[in-house]
Design a binder for this molecule. Structure first.
Ligand code: CTP
Ligand code: MG
Length: 237
């Protein structure tokens, strides 16, 4: 069955404090996003990768695709929030007059700044999405989650062992996640954090969570860029 990927890469990476968006920072010879794309291109059963970038990054992304010969990639323009960008990516497969690509059965959504995803885990996510409607990666929590009062005092804390951190990739039947994004509100687009939540809330699907390997971490801060570079060097040496 056809499987495609949407890679949101339309952010500006404010938390790194750098002027270049983190997905375009170069390690050894390639920009970070090229390693992420490569991880998906190596998987023979993945047909298409829709990379969603800000309009102003279009020519940079085109250069990367040409230079590193990313044959499965289609570039589309994103929006002002991560959810708007993901919706732009999903729309590339929608059966409209402007539709660019064939509709997949399962779509995997993954952040462009999580370069170390591997085929066996993608396979688990894809099969669970096909059977259950939606699936996602989770990891044990590193820190305890607390709620504070408006004055900054401890209100309550959650029992860490009962909770998990939600990570990417997440997988969906295409029809379900596209419908969820069509139904979701402006506030979901603006403040929402979780694709799985939208699928559950608007389409009532099952959402199967699978514990993923530690390599699924996301590059968020400047120190994560250094750590990613170290992993790249280690795996290539
Ligand atoms: N993203 C996107 N479109 C946006 C915002 C984010 O496609 N308008 C993408 C980012 O490029 C990244 C992924 O969503 O691949 C995860 O988001 P995050 O780590 O928050 O990246 P940024 O928003 O770029 O970073 P920051 O929040 O620090 O500004
Ligand atoms: Mg962000």
């Amino acid at each position: 069955f056809p499987v495609a990927v949407v890679l949101p890469a339309g952010g500006s990476g404010e938390r790194t404090g750098l002027s270049t968006p983190k997905q375009f920072c170069t390690f050894l010879t390639r920009p970070l996003i090229s390693y992420t794309i490569q991880a998906f291109e190596r998987v023979p059963w993945i047909e298409r990768i829709v990379v969603v970038v800000a309009k102003e990054s279009h020519s940079l992304m085109t250069d990367i695709v040409e230079k590193f010969n990313h044959a499965k990639v289609k570039i589309v323009h994103g929006g002002s929030t991560r959810h708007r960008s993901i919706f732009c990516g999903l729309q590339a497969f929608a059966e409209t007059d402007e539709s660019l690509l064939h509709k997949p059965k399962v779509v995997i959504i993954h952040d462009a700044v999580r370069p170390f995803v591997e085929e066996d885990f993608l396979h688990k996510i894809t099969m669970a999405a096909k059977e259950q409607g939606a699936s996602g990666a989770m990891r044990p929590l590193v820190s305890t989650v607390i709620a504070t009062t408006s004055e900054g005092y401890l209100d309550h804390s959650l029992e860490r062992a009962k909770y998990r951190a939600s990570e990417m990739p997440q997988g969906f039947l295409y029809d379900i996640i596209y419908q969820a994004y069509q139904r979701c509100s402006e506030s979901d687009f603006e403040f929402g954090t979780e694709c799985l939540h939208l699928a559950l809330h608007y389409c009532g699907t099952n959402a199967k969570l699978i514990e993923g390997p530690p390599t699924l971490w996301k590059v968020t801060y400047k120190r994560d860029l250094a750590a990613a570079e170290a992993v790249v060097k280690e795996t290539l040496s």
